[in-house]
Ligand binder design. Structure first.
Ligand SMILES: NC(=O)c1ccc[n+]([C@@H]2O[C@H](COP(=O)([O-])OP(=O)(O)OC[C@H]3O[C@@H](n4cnc5c(N)ncnc54)[C@H](OP(=O)(O)O)[C@@H]3O)[C@@H](O)[C@H]2O)c1
Length: 268
């Protein structure tokens, strides 16, 4: 049975992707923080005839990311799809600079670094399940990383924090494509849709402009479309391939980010 791990499946667009994959006969490993919402989702998928399990982890802790990777390996011996979707928006619960359990700037940690670690830890399983896919749910909101102030201790804004974390996901995707050449695993990134009607958007005080279903369709295209077979390292604006911020194609910047990420996650 094809199996997918979707992070941030307890709410928003991730929830719709999880439900849809369940309907299409996938086994869904639905990750989130909120156990009640996670268990409700699992019940809904099962009532619709699908198979699902909830995996809890707070991605603001690298130790919990490691536990999530272990729980995934315990739950399944194959992983056909990993969707790194969990994230926090420009404002989240509180304004002002926040840090993760490991002391890293919070959006960089949750939106990007956790996915970097999780993907690397699950890579042997993804490779063993080939053909497999990785989908990184990024955003059109992108800002070049200032490598002198990655943790934004000098020039913080919620928007900068969000936008640099979202570009970091795309830089990681481009790197993955290179590393995974010939492995049978592809990795692509996307902006799912603009201002969908989700908690993240409502928290930022913006009036929603699109539906979660639109973003879910875009994510599912990268997850399932046969047209993407063998294509990797691409960035999509909703349904269409396009160019990301120029820093995504700067090999030197990507190496700086990769070296830093390996160090921060203890993978190097
Ligand atoms: N909404 C938009 O218009 C829009 C536009 C562009 C890109 N995106 C991207 O799409 C993705 C999903 O966004 P959304 O709007 O669907 O968000 P959402 O409704 O706010 O849902 C966010 C999900 O991420 C999880 N999450 C947040 N912080 C977490 C943490 N520390 N540890 C573990 N899980 C955590 C939440 O889990 P719990 O509910 O269990 O806490 C929830 O399942 C994000 O990556 C976002 O950047 C969204």
């Amino acid at each position: 049975m094809k199996t997918a791990l979707i992070t941030g499946a307890t709410d928003g667009v991730g929830r719709v992707v999880a439900q849809e994959l369940g309907k299409q006969g996938w086994r869904v490993l639905a990750h989130g923080r909120n156990r009640e919402r996670g268990e409700t989702l699992v019940r809904e998928i099962e009532q619709a005839g699908g198979k699902a399990a909830f995996l809890a982890a707070d991605l603001s802790s690298l130790a919990e990311v490691r536990q999530l990777a272990e729980a995934t390996k315990k739950a399944t011996d194959r992983l056909d799809l990993l969707v790194n979707n969990a994230g926090i928006g420009t404002t989240g619960d509180r304004p002002g600079r926040q840090t993760s359990k490991d002391g890293h700037e919070l959006r960089f940690a949750v939106n990007y670094l956790s996915g970097f670690l999780l993907t690397n830890l699950l890579m042997p399983l993804l490779k063993a399940s080939k053909p497999a896919r990785i989908v990184n749910v990024s955003s059109a909101g992108q800002q070049a990383i200032d490598f002198d102030d990655v943790m934004l201790t000098r020039h913080y804004s919620g928007s900068s924090a969000y936008c640099q974390s979202k570009l970091a996901q795309i830089m990681f995707t481009v790197d993955l494509a290179g590393e995974l050449k010939g492995s049978g695993v592809i990795a692509n990134a996307l902006h799912p849709s603009t201002y969908m009607n989700t908690t993240m958007v409502k928290q930022s005080g913006v009036t929603p402009m699109s539906k979660v279903e639109t973003g879910a369709e875009a994510i599912l295209q990268l997850a399932l479309s046969p047209e993407l077979d063998g294509k990797s390292g691409l960035y999509f604006n909703v349904m269409n391939e396009t160019r990301a911020n120029a820093q995504a194609y700067d090999a030197k910047a990507r190496k700086q980010l990769r070296d830093l990420s390996l160090k921060l996650t203890g993978l190097s």
